[in-house]
Design a protein around this ligand. Structure first.
Ligand code: TPP
Length: 606
């Protein structure tokens, strides 16, 4: 039955079925549980009121779009959520004609809705774009750039603000606090009415002045006024789980034919008791047992993030001028530990990578040493700020690039593939990467004394390479892990060293195992010496081939006029890498250790 023909009670039953399906699949495959459980009624109502075939449905980040997927012909396939060749955890036009845009990075929905509205006007059509955005995503600067233009241009467009008073963690920022005052607004409305009528009855000049002052100060606490002042109609707050109320409001908003914000309050995790009130834990989860809520994917090895977090905390205890930020990922980056211990020196700046980097540049100028912990994929947002505010100023700062390499189930929008390629051309920036937990500690120890910008990339999860003790780090110095004076060298960078070591074990001949440690500047003396006796270099790094470690080495050899060294790199080819478990994805790309061993043995360059 078409959703539009359903009664309210049938729609409510549908919401229950959707919640059960989400719980069933996410408990098996992992995914964004609480964001999706809280958005069910809003998305069902969206499909009821608007036309999913013609009205652009634009989900911000799109991690909460499972209900939309289930309502658009993907009910059965949904069991393959986030698995290789399965349903993506985000919207993807390649997957369904109902997915208007690829999304994964935050705060793009209002810009897309505004762009779509412009196109619709130019084409003389009647369609209405609908942006679905969470209160967390509303902390990103792009949302305001779009609202600013939207209020000015007045294109018809509906923005559903899904306010669950949570980002991944506690939301940061003045706007979030401002929206939270909504509950108070009813009381204030009544209070305002009473005060106004008092002033009306006693209208002396002084009383009129007081009335005006009262009105002005009152504006500060009305949630809708912020949008209204920008020229955008505001409706709300409404109960985002009350289907009748949502449907009524969305119909009204659709018919207004101007920009409208519908502010809905929802409960993140709604319908799974264990998640309600524990939103952060349940925002993104691995497989778990539905009855107990216990995780089914425990790992006994410390993640790179965990090593980072603990080591930086020790450094911060020693050096009082260390400061740092995360951009809405305190737990994900391990900065939560530092924020808890030193709340006056470490901050969550909300989904504001650009602002985060620039604000830290000023702290650096003032003599502090900033550690900026952001995922590789989200650092892309702050590219100009890294160049313009850190590098040109030649300031001291450490870019802590988490989730470098293939990140697994989040897929295309989240892969940490490009940081080496986009950072290496920037002057005043040095690039390094740890291979193991012990080596990471050494690199972080070193980082405090580094002059200029130092970018350190490290993977999601645990390092592939294990060592009990790692030698000290010296600036721009590579390290031999095994020197057999062999013709073949396996040169690793970061987590690539672990893969190189695995491959070395599977080869039928002796090779040299090298950790580059620094991709910029290169250890030229070391490499020139190596080139004298080792003529085949295999490169291992979790990064894009274009501008990656292999190309950096090829261009070095070329510049030095060395033409008798062959460089073969096992980095990522020039296409976007899809989702799935990292090991399965690497296998598919032919860059897992077994495939590489096979390739080396068949190529027979040795
Ligand atoms: C540019 C960018 N930075 C960080 C993230 C990571 N991230 C994904 S969802 C999310 C929180 C979104 O909160 P909200 O919009 O309120 O949605 P909710 O899950 O609470 O429904 C964050 C920070 C991102 N997707 N994009």
């Amino acid at each position: 039955m078409n959703i539009k023909d359903k009664s309210i009670s049938e729609l409510k039953a549908l919401c229950d079925e959707i919640r059960a399906r989400i719980l069933e699949v996410v408990s098996q495959n992992g995914g964004h549980l609480s964001s999706n459980m809280g958005a069910v009624e809003l998305i069902v109502a969206m499909h009821y009121v608007f036309d999913a075939k013609s009205d652009p449905f634009i989900f911000d980040v799109s991690h909460q779009s499972y209900t939309h997927k289930l309502l658009t012909g993907r009910w059965d396939e949904f069991s393959s959520l986030r698995k290789i060749d399965g349903i993506s955890g985000y919207t993807k036009p390649e997957e369904s004609e109902f997915d208007y845009f690829v999304a994964g990075h935050s705060s793009t929905s209002i810009s897309l809705a505004l762009g779509a509205a412009k196109a619709i006007k130019l084409k003389n059509e009647e369609r209405v774009p609908v942006a679905f955005i969470g209160d967390g995503a509303m902390s990103g600067g792009m949302a305001y750039e779009a609202l600013n233009e939207l209020g000015d241009n007045q294109f018809p467009c509906v923005v559903i603000l899904n306010d669950n008073e949570m980002s991944i963690s506690q939301p940061i920022g003045a706007l979030s606090k401002y929206l939270s005052q909504k509950m108070a607004s009813h009381t204030y409305s009544r209070f305002r009415g009473a005060v106004k009528s008092f002033f009306r009855k006693n209208m002396s000049e002084g009383a009129q002045y007081m009335a005006k002052r009262f009105e002005d100060s009152f504006k500060l606490i009305m949630p809708g006024l912020f949008f209204e002042e920008l020229g955008i109609r505001y409706i709300g707050p409404i109960d985002g789980h009350n289907l009748e109320a949502i449907i009524k409001t969305l119909k009204l908003a659709k018919n207004l034919k101007c920009p409208v914000v519908v502010h809905a309050q929802t409960i993140k995790g709604k319908g799974y008791e264990k998640a309600e009130g524990y939103e952060e834990k349940w925002h993104g989860v691995g497989p778990f047992d539905l009855d107990s809520g216990e995780s089914l994917s425990a790992s006994d090895r410390a993640s790179a993030t965990e090593i980072f977090s603990k080591t930086l905390l020790n450094l911060a205890k020693k050096h009082e001028n260390i400061v740092g930020i995360t951009a809405a990922m305190p737990k994900g980056t391990g900065m939560d530990r530092l924020i808890a211990e030193f709340p006056e020196r470490f901050w969550d700046v909300a989904i504001a990578e650009q602002h985060g980097v620039t604000s830290m540049a000023a702290l650096s100028k003032e003599g502090f040493k900033p550690y900026i912990a952001i995922y590789s994929t989200f650092f892309q947002r702050a590219y100009d700020q890294i160049i313009h505010d850190l590098a040109i100023m030649n300031l001291d700062a450490v870019l802590c690039i988490d989730r470098a390499g293939i990140v697994g189930e989040d897929g295309q929008t989240h892969q940490g593939a490009f940081d080496i390629s986009y950072l290496s051309p920037i002057p005043n920036i040095s690039l390094c990467a740890p291979r193991s937990a012990e080596n990471f500690k050494e690199i972080l120890e070193y980082s405090y004394q580094h002059k200029g910008v130092l970018a350190i990339r490290y993977p999601r999860g645990a390092f592939k390479f294990d060592e009990i003790r790692a030698p000290k780090i010296e600036f721009a110095k590579a390290q031999f892990l095994e020197n057999n004076h062999a013709k073949i060298s396996l040169i690793g960078y970061g987590n690539g060293v672990g893969k190189a070591a695995q491959v070395a074990k599977g080869l039928e001949f002796k090779s040299n195992l090298i950790d580059l440690v620094f991709a910029k500047p290169l250890d030229e003396k070391f490499l020139l010496n190596l080139a004298k006796f080792s003529k085949i270099w295999y490169i291992f790094s979790d990064s894009a081939k274009r501008g990656g470690v292999g190309e950096i080495l090829i261009s070095f050899l070329h510049d030095r006029g060395i033409s008798d060294v062959k460089v073969i790199t096992f980095e990522y080819d020039d296409h976007f890498i899809k989702h799935g478990a990292t090991s399965a994805v690497e296998k598919k790309l032919g860059i897992d250790p077994e495939s590489i061993i096979k390739k080396i043995l068949t190529d027979k360059y040795y």
